[in-house]
Design a protein around this ligand. Sequence first.
Ligand code: PXG
Length: 462
Amino acid sequence: MDTWPQNDPVRSTAAWQAADQAHHLHSFTDPAVIRDKGSRIITAGEGCHVIDSDGRHILDGMAGLWCVNIGYGRVELADAAHAQMTALPYYNNHFQSATPAMIELAETLAELTPHGINHFTFANSGSEANEVIIRLARYYWQLKGQAQKRKIISRTLAYHGSTVATSSLGGMPAMHANDGGVMPEITHIEHPHWYVNGADLTPAQYGLKAAQALEARILELGSDTVAAFIGEPVQGAGGVIVPPDTYWPEIQRICKKYDVLLIADEVICGFGRTGSWFGSNTFDIAPDLMPMAKGLSSGYIPVAAVGVHDRIFDVIERGGLWPHGYTYSGHPVACAVALANIAVIKREGLVERVRDDIGPYFQSRLEDLAQRHPLVGERRGVGLMAALQLVRNKDTREICTPQDNAAIFCREVCYENRLIARAVGQSMVMSPPLTISHAEVDEMVAILARALDATARKLGYI
Ligand code: PXG
C-alpha cells in the first residue's frame, strides 16, 4: 500500500496545508509552526501505521493520542456504527430514558472494572468525564451532610483534561499559566518520579515519601475540607511516570484514614495499556470513581464513562434528582462502537498479549537501548507505555535542560524516519497500539536508536 489506499486526493499536500493554515486553530500547537513548516496531513490508517498526504506510511508509536488500542482500519467498528445509526441514531439517557447500547455498555463495563464498581455515567471525552467526577465527589459529600468537603488534591504534571476545571485539576504549568493559575479548591502534590525527585532515597523509600505528601496536605487543609484525591495509575501525558511499588498502597491507606475519595483516572491506563484491563488492576487500586475514555472506543468515536463504586452510588441513589447530563451522554452510536471495540480486545486477547508477550518484549528492547545509550538515563514503563529519560550524565542523574532541546530534536528525527514518538519534557514517550507486532517493535526501537544517535551527535556526546 505505497500509494493512496482510498480517497484519491482531491488536493495536494501544499493545498491542504494552505487551507489548514488559513482556517484552523490547532490544539497544543504553536501557530508559528503551522505557518513556517505546515501541518502534517494524515489521511488514512492501517494496523499500526498512519498514512500521510504524500502516501508515506508512518509507524504510530503513540496510538494516536494514547487511544487507538486495537489499531487502525477495523471495519467491524464502522459496521457497528452503521447498524446503530440505521436503527436509532440518537436518543438520550435523561428523564428516565435509556437505549439498549448504553445499557449493554454499562453492563459490560461492570464486568470488566474492579470489584464494587457497578454503575456508569457517560460523557464524550476524558475532560467531560473528569468534570463529572468533580461534581459527583462534591455532591456525594453534600448528600452525606459534609458539604464543606470540596477540595480536590491532584499532582504536578498530572493531565486530567483541557476544560476550565480539568486544566486546573491537571498539573501542567503552561495550562495553569494561561488561565490565571489554578482555580480555588484544587491543589497539587509532587508527582512520584523517583529518577528526578528521589535524590538519595531508594525508590521504595521515595514512593512512601511522595505518598505521604498527600497526608501532609490533607492535614494542612483539614480533612473535613478534602473531597477527593485524583491520580492516573501511571501519569501518561506527564511523561509515563510509573510510581514506585510502595506508592499506591500508601495513598490508599491515607485516603481511607482521612475519608477522602480515591479517583483513578483511567483515561490512558484503561483497556489494556498496562497489561490489565485497568491500571487499577495492575497497581491493585480500589477506586471510588473511575473516569475512562480513549481506549474505551480505541478513539474511533468520542465516548467516555465514569465508573461509580457501590458505596458512592448507594448515597447518590437516595439523593433525589442528580442535576447533571450532556445531550450526548451515552450516545447510542458511541456506545455501539465501544461495545464492538471491547469485543475485539476480548476476542484477540489483547490485554493478556500486553501482559505476557508484547509488553515485556517492548520494555526489554527499550531497556537494552537505555542501558547502552549515553543519552538515556532511565527507561520507565509498564505494558505498552514507556519513556526514555534523556540525561546529560547517567551517573549523577543530571537530566537534559530545555535549552538542550534534546527530546524535541529526537522526536523530529523520528518523524523524518517515519516513526511517531512524543517528546514530553526531557523524555521520549511511546504508547503504540496493543496490536503492535514484534517486528514493528524492532522497527520502532531501531528508528529511535538512530534518532537518539543523531541527538547525541548534535549535543556532542558521541
Ligand atoms: N485524563 C487523562 C489521564 C488523559 O490523558 C484526559 C483525561 C482528557 O481526555 P480528553 O478526551 O478530554 O482529551 C486525558 C487526555 C498528550 C495529550 O499530549 C494527552 C491527552 C490529551 C491531549 C494530549 O499526551 N490526554
